[in-house]
Ligand binder design. Structure first.
Ligand code: ADP
Ligand code: MG
Length: 146
């Protein structure tokens, strides 16, 4: 199932992300792909807004991995947020516990997922963001049927 959205501002991207987050179930593993500056991190901020995550989301470009705690219908939820931009090898990916976190049953989000095609079958949803003008982005959401 594929959905397509057009965002005309950063605010718009956050709104689309909040709406998207409402459709997710615990255990889902979401890839976020797109060029530098396409809006992957901003999309993630919209997701953390939906789950009322306490921690302020800073740009994860300088860190590899963040964990956010939030809530859904009164229950605590945990979000894992990876940025694989600086991960150089599968060994390094293993060392940060990537597979364990992904199979934890929590929500996982992975920026630069395309760097490790070996893991592509793990994703339940693929979100890609493409430039479509200065402040415009095309957002494509593909759900795998499993
Ligand atoms: N429609 C839009 N959607 C997302 N970001 C946008 C949009 N228009 C402008 N921007 C800007 O593009 C940048 C996206 O940054 P970021 O989310 O960190 O990208 P990425 O994580 O993909 O590298 C931000 O500075 C944001 O303000
Ligand atoms: Mg980013």
């Amino acid at each position: 199932m594929t959905e397509e959205f057009f965002s005309h501002s950063g605010y718009d991207t956050c709104r689309i992300a909040r709406q998207f987050a409402a459709s997710l179930k615990p255990g889902e593993i979401i890839s976020l792909t797109g060029e530098l500056g396409a809006g992957k991190t901003l999309f993630m901020r919209g997701v953390t807004e939906f789950f009322n995550c306490d921690e302020q989301l800073s740009s994860p470009t300088f860190s590899l991995f963040n964990i956010y705690k939030g809530s859904l219908e009164g229950e605590e939820v945990v979000l894992h947020h990876f940025d694989l931009y600086r991960i150089e090898s599968l060994r390094e990916l293993e060392a940060i516990g990537f597979d364990e976190y992904l199979s934890s049953g929590d929500f996982s989000f992975v920026e630069w997922a395309e760097r490790f095609p070996e893991s592509s079958s793990l994703y339940t949803v693929a979100v890609s963001l493409e430039y479509a003008g200065d402040e415009s982005r095309r957002i494509i959401i593909k759900r795998s049927v499993r």
